[in-house]
Every structure is written in C-alpha cells, then in structure tokens.
Design a protein around this ligand. Structure first.
Ligand SMILES: [Zn+2]
Length: 267
C-alpha cells in the first residue's frame, strides 16, 4: 500500500479522537514489548523484531507495528468518520464470527484471508441491491476453553455497514454464518448513533490495535460470559507475524463504491 503514514496522521485533528485512543508513547511501549516477544519467535520473529526496533526515524510500515498502526488508525478513523457524517443514517456495525474459521496455536499462518473476503463480498452482492457500503477489517482473538480443550485462534470480521435494515442484515448474512457451541453469536448487528465522538470510536474499532484472549467466566448473575485477558508473549509474536505478512491491505475489508469515499478504492 502506498500509504504516507506520518503525513496522513499529521493531517488528522487528534483532539477529535476519544480519550482512550492510544498515545504515541503507548504505541512505542507496545512496540518495544512486542520486539521482546518476537526475539523468542525464531528467525522470522527476530527479523520482524529488528524491523520494528528501527521504526522511528522513518516508519517501518509493518501492519504488526503499533506505531505505524497508530498512524494508520488515525487516518482510517478520521476518513471513515468524515464519510459517515455526510449521510449519518442507516449505518450499522456488523460483527461476524465464522464458525468454520479457527486455528490451533502455531497454525495461524494458515489463515487464507482472501478466501474469507471473497466469500463475504459474494454474500453481500447476492443479498443487497447496488449501493451498499461496507468497510472494516479482520480482528483476532484467542478463544480459551474451560473443558480441557486447546485454545483456538478466532479471526473474525468487524464492519461498518450502510444499507438495508438491522433485521435484513441479520437474516440475509446470518444464514451463511450458523452458530455452534463455540460460536454462540456469530453475527451481531448494531445500529449506530451519530455524534462525532461515537463515529470516530466506531471507525477505529473497525481496525483494532489490541488483541486478547477470551476466557470463559460465569458473571455475577450466574450466566456464562467471556472476559478479556492479555495474550502470552509467544501468542503475541505469532499474531504479529501474521499481521505483518497480511499487511494493511490484506487486513482491511471493503465493499461498494462511492467517489466521495476514496478509502474504498485506494491501493
Ligand atoms: Zn513501524
């Protein structure tokens, strides 16, 4: 991707971003911590650690780099939020967890993201008339079990979606994504509120920069739920190697066309 990381971030008014958005200092600390984790990740891990270690004077451009990713997210969040503001009604967030998409630890490098994206684009095309817009990215979590089974990497999809209605999206896309015991809510569609801060927050959620384990818990009312816990170093390193290979273009998911929204077609 011919993307000007630093220039793009400088053009953004960072004061519009929510208070929880990572600072450049936090991104630098995350980059150093990831470098330490990658040092133990074999030859390819050490190569990536070296690349991230030299990010600073010039951007390293890696999609695994917390500093470059912060610049990208500033631009991404601001571009999407500006576009949504033009016509703020009928936007939804759509999260999709394909029940057939999981990998054992050490196997995440087998993820074929292009296949999942092509499949999703065909599903949207088959169910919606021309002017649907969808923009988002893959997110990643490590699903932990309390029944003795090994954890699973769960790549999943998070989109901002304009077109159709909540029920229609749930019904038409939901039929491709059935639930199972490990995937109780494969599709969640949420209508979006439209103030500036919400818009930016939602847009930055569609390209996350923190990744977690999801651990089963029983909540205070006695219901089964999950809780986020930090990834272990080796898990962080495995995910970083995938993100690096996937790149920004590989990770983002886009559908539709509108000349007022160049982000949809940029390469
Ligand atoms: Zn970098």
């Amino acid at each position: 991707m011919k993307f000007d990381f630093r220039g793009a971030a400088l053009k953004v008014n960072q004061e519009d971003f929510p208070a929880g958005f990572e600072s450049s200092r936090e991104a630098r600390i995350a980059r150093q911590r990831l470098g330490t984790a990658l040092e133990q990740g074999g030859e390819s891990g050490r190569r990536l650690a070296y690349l991230l270690g030299n990010c600073g004077l010039g951007p390293c451009r890696s999609a695994a780099c917390p500093t470059c990713r912060r610049h990208f997210r500033l631009w991404w969040g601001s571009e999407i939020s500006k576009y949504v503001a033009i016509d703020p009604d009928y936007w939804f967030t759509v999260s999709i967890v394909p029940q057939d998409l999981f990998f054992a630890i050490g196997e995440l490098n087998r993820f074929n993201w292009d296949h999942i994206k092509d499949r999703l684009r065909k599903q949207i095309a088959r169910n919606f008339a021309g002017d649907v817009i969808a923009v988002g990215a893959f997110d990643y979590a490590l699903q932990i079990f309390d029944d003795g089974r090994h954890p699973k990497w769960r790549p999943h999809i998070y989109l901002l979606f304009q077109g159709g209605a909540k029920n229609q999206i749930e019904r038409s896309l939901g039929r491709y994504y059935p639930n199972d015991d490990d995937t109780p809510r494969p599709i969640v569609v949420t209508p979006q509120r439209t103030n500036d801060e919400d818009r930016i927050k939602t847009a930055t959620y569609s390209f996350k920069s923190s990744f977690y384990q999801r651990v089963p818990i029983i909540d205070r009312r006695g219901n089964a739920d999950t809780e986020k816990r930090p990834l272990e170093q080796a898990q962080e390193a495995e995910l970083a190697l995938l993100l690096h290979r996937q790149g920004y273009l590989g990770r983002i998911i886009r559908y539709g066309r509108d000349d007022a929204f160049p982000l949809l077609t940029m390469r």
